[in-house]
Design a protein around this ligand. Structure first.
Ligand SMILES: Cc1cc2nc3c(=O)[nH]c(=O)nc-3n(C[C@H](O)[C@H](O)[C@H](O)COP(=O)(O)O)c2cc1C
Length: 188
């Protein structure tokens, strides 16, 4: 078992120098986009808000996200064998909160525009972009699982949307001038 995967002993707990809340606060200074991971069949689909997404490999096309061990999504993920990573746009802050919280209705997608891929995985239709994946590996790491997926379908329904950003505990749209994107594209 790796050092990261085992629990701390009592002695280690007492001498621990990195407190979880401090780690969360400092990691929160690393700016990220915001995704909703959706999975499950029609009628039983669900999703959760995640900012731990990263791309891993182009050939084969692999991505990952980290999911808390207690997440309600684990059972559905196992049953479906796959998931969709939906990148949220700047105007989808309410969706980020909706999928991060306990919901009043049983159907997580009630009132949320969505559709299903040919493989039956849910996609948020108005997201900035989406990647639909087959789960190829799950590694336990501390109190999270690292879920690795192979991308089998992708889409950018509407070009030019700005992303939703998570920084220092706050959600908000990325405010950019068109000039900045223009400059970046030319430089690469
Ligand atoms: C901006 C943001 C980013 C989040 N990122 C993650 C993440 O990367 N992994 C994770 O397990 N939970 C993450 N969460 C918390 C989940 O969305 C959710 O609230 C929590 O896991 C408990 O509910 P669940 O059963 O839906 O997972 C994030 C929440 C917010 C608001």
């Amino acid at each position: 078992m790796s050092a990261a995967a085992r629990s701390l002993t009592r002695a280690e707990e007492e001498t621990r120098i990195v407190e979880p809340l401090d780690l969360r606060r400092v990691c929160g200074l690393f700016t990220t986009g915001v995704t909703v991971i959706t999975t499950g069949p029609d009628g039983d689909a669900d999703g959760t808000t995640v900012n731990s997404f990263t791309s891993v490999s182009l050939e084969p096309p692999l991505v990952l996200f980290c999911l808390h061990q207690q997440s309600r999504l684990h059972t559905l993920l196992e049953r479906s064998g796959g998931f969709t990573v939906n990148f949220l746009s700047g105007r989808q802050q309410p969706l980020a909160r909706h999928f991060a919280g306990r919901r009043a209705t049983a159907d997580a997608f009630e009132g949320v525009p969505h559709h299903f891929t040919a493989d039956g995985l849910p996609v948020l239709s108005e997201a900035l972009a989406h990647l639909t994946c087959t789960t190829v590996d799950v590694h336990t790491a501390g109190d999270h699982d690292i879920v690795i997926g192979e991308v089998v379908e992708l889409g950018v329904p509407e070009h030019g949307l700005e992303p939703l950003i998570f920084f220092d505990g706050s959600l908000g749209p990325l405010e950019t001038g068109a000039d900045r994107f223009q400059h970046t594209r030319q430089a690469s």
